[in-house]
Design a protein around this ligand. Sequence first.
Ligand code: OXD
Ligand code: MN
Length: 601
Amino acid sequence: MKNLAPAIFPPMGIGDAKPTNKAVLDWVHEIATLTQPENIFWCDGSERENDFLIAESLKQDVLIELNQKKVPRSYLHRSNPNDVARVEQFTFVCTPTKEEAGPTNNWSDPAETYAKLRGLLEGAMRGRTMFVIPYMMGPADSPLTKVGFEITDSKYVVLSLSIMTRMGEIALKRLGHDPSAEWNRGVHSLLDVNPERRFICHFPQDNTIISVGSGYGGNVLLSKKCLALRIGSYLARTQGWMAEHTLILGVESPEGRKHYVAAAFPSACGKTNFAMLIPPAHFKGWKVTTVGDDIGWMRIRDGRLYAVNPENGYFGVVPGTSYKSNPNAMRSIAHDTIYTNVALTDDGDVWWEGKDGPPPVHAIDWRGNDWTPQSTEKAAHPNSRFTTGMRNNPALDPDVEKGEGVPISAIIFGGRRSDTVPLVYQAFDWNHGVYLGSTMASETTAAATGAVGRVRRDPMAMLPFCGYNIGNYFQHWLDIGNQLTNPPLIFNVNWFRKGSDGKFLWPGFGENMRVLKWIIDRCQGRGGALKSPIGWLPSPHDLDLAELDIDHNAVDELLGLDHEEWQKEIAAHKEFFDSLGGVVPEELQKQREQLAAGFDL
Ligand code: OXD
Ligand code: MN
């Protein structure tokens, strides 16, 4: 199998960036003794190392070279067709007790799981190279920044992490020599890429992750979902900060007044598009800048929340990305990008459903088969991805490396809902906002294996990523609120409401600036709103809809509350809370009762 490439032997000066911290060396020795690799490659993320690994990957078919004139320094990777998304059913939180993992996580006993994984890893890297990757999550001088090491037998992982994290010397420096320093231990092996031997296991108390049997980014770039969210959320609770599934963007008015907002939407619900939004012509002089597109780490400072993006790059969904939907993403992925599971055109370019222009008359699809516009299969997998450095983004926020983070004025929750949920509304206060987040729901997407389009509750967009008991997580949000003297305002948005004809009512993309503008107005104590049972709702004239071609009835529908739909929604909130088996904090139960009373329930 092409992913399971034989060992590589680098020339002098490459693969020899051996760390000095004794705890790290002891751990690497332990894993090498277990997995028995042919050799150990100590990564430093340098350009020379990258060039060498790309050359080897091309030789071993891990990467396919693209037309370097069309997409310079960019490559295509095809994953095993059985391995194209996160596998929530095989993702485990291994805390000493089941209660600590809580009702929303798969739990397995740590001792038994270590034993099972050791069995699977025994001799797993024979004949292969074991890569040791030091990386850092967060800006160099942030108190939130964490160091991790990932051991892997995949060159794709090394090349991807060199984009997605700050890798090499910078991480070793941050860690230092203290063998008791905090750092994350991550072990990944492709094994034989067999779904029956695919397990993504987290040991929060040990700050350890072991992932086997997959090569898909969300399962194997351990910095991202595994460390920055699952282990991160556990550390955040014990250390008094927040690790959230949020984009972070800056929005600057023509007068130069700047606000930052964090928005938590579930996977493949438009976080990257929102984070890179270009305001429509009507909003002349307004500017949106990206701090992060997927993960926000936040801490309290002077009574406010400040956020950093722990990542260094974007691992975004490709289909639907175009110069119309997201010009900044298109510019970001025009060079120095690894594409995974998109189609390859006859002239060596990449293609996907939703790209600008007509489809190619012939291409090779994501599985490596011939494809034409007449084919019934998709050319690109619906969860095909780009991996690209954040510095490729023309709208990158200038304060992305600021160690103290950026001050957050608003937190926005949102999901994909065809009905019930209005375009935007504002929570009455922090605790009510926590209730909005805890009950949010979304139609499932291709980002995880399983049915697509099913409405599921996804609290704070963290259902697959909260590394401990969700009831304690809700309480953590409430506790953080108690410590904030200047808390962000909390909002809920829904770009995806449909009319009776089944069509989206709201144009979305750049036009979301109109909603963002109302949110910023509210943060500045301006912007009209009516008090409704679900929160503060704008009336149509409170939103700036000038020069937007939208029907008045559509706006009424977008902002309307349907009594019966809400009665069902509140019943679903209760069902969800009940399904969690008594872990939901009293305060949120009280919020639900107040909401129900507003709908005569
Ligand atoms: C992602 C996800 O890849 O949420 O960001 O699945
Ligand atoms: Mn995500």
